[in-house]
Write a protein that binds this ligand. Structure first.
Ligand code: GRF
Length: 216
């Protein structure tokens, strides 16, 4: 990162469908870890989600584009994203399939499992963690990846792992995985922001960070 990067932060738009925990965390980490990025828009395609209020309370620009036929909704969403000047889209708890066409190589998703395991349509929130436990896994974690035209299949940027204890239920596992998500998404954003400003190889899979190593 250079001082110049801080003067020219990457413009990020976040899409959400629910509570907005990932957006709130990302915004705080951008500030505390001095990631050269700025959230220019938080958009939801569901009406009245708590995440929009949470984002607005942080002073972030928000919009809701809801209750429309799919194509119209995607067109409006694209228009709002263009208008925001976003350079990068982050799917931060977004449950619809995003029409990625205009944003190929400019769109990240975070998923609460170690993809390719436990991804795909219907695999979100507690469904993921319940499936992980039912499969008898001994570890779980999260994945940040480039979004493509399907759910959870794009190339992986990074993963963070955590152990599963015998007595863990899905709520406890979700909370534990979210701790890792709170590190993984800012870390991926920092790498992608660097790539957008300085070029080089597009960020791709690296072995999980040292779990003890945390951003500020
Ligand atoms: C996170 O677990 C993320 O992995 C997933 O959505 C969750 C955040 O959603 N994609 P929310 O902010 O709790 O609605």
């Amino acid at each position: 990162m250079t001082t110049n990067d801080m003067h020219n932060p990457v413009r990020v738009a976040c899409l959400i469908s629910g509570g907005g925990r990932s957006v709130v965390n990302l915004h705080k980490k951008i500030i505390s870890a001095k990631i050269p990025a700025h959230i220019v828009l938080v958009a939801s395609t569901r009406a009245n989600v708590a995440g929009i209020q949470a984002a607005a309370a942080l002073g972030l620009e928000t919009c809701e584009i809801a209750a429309l036929p799919a194509d119209t909704l995607d067109d409006r969403l694209d228009a709002a994203l263009e208008k925001s000047g976003a350079e990068l889209i982050v799917l931060a708890g977004y449950l619809r399939l995003f029409r990625v066409a205009r944003w190929k190589n400019r769109c990240l998703n975070i998923h609460p499992s170690l993809l390719p395991k436990f991804g795909g349509h219907g695999m979100w929130g507690e469904h993921v963690h319940a499936a992980v436990l039912a499969a008898g896994e001994i570890e779980s974690g999260c994945t940040v990846h480039w979004a493509d035209e399907q759910f959870d299949t794009g190339s992986i940027i990074l993963q963070r792992r955590c152990p599963i204890h015998d007595d863990m239920n899905s709520t406890q596992l979700a909370a534990r995985v979210f701790e890792e998500e709170s590190q993984a998404l800012p870390e991926a954003l920092a790498r992608v922001a660097h790539w957008l400003r300085h070029g080089g190889t597009r960020p791709n899979f690296t072995v999980a960070s040292n779990p003890n190593q945390k951003m500020n």
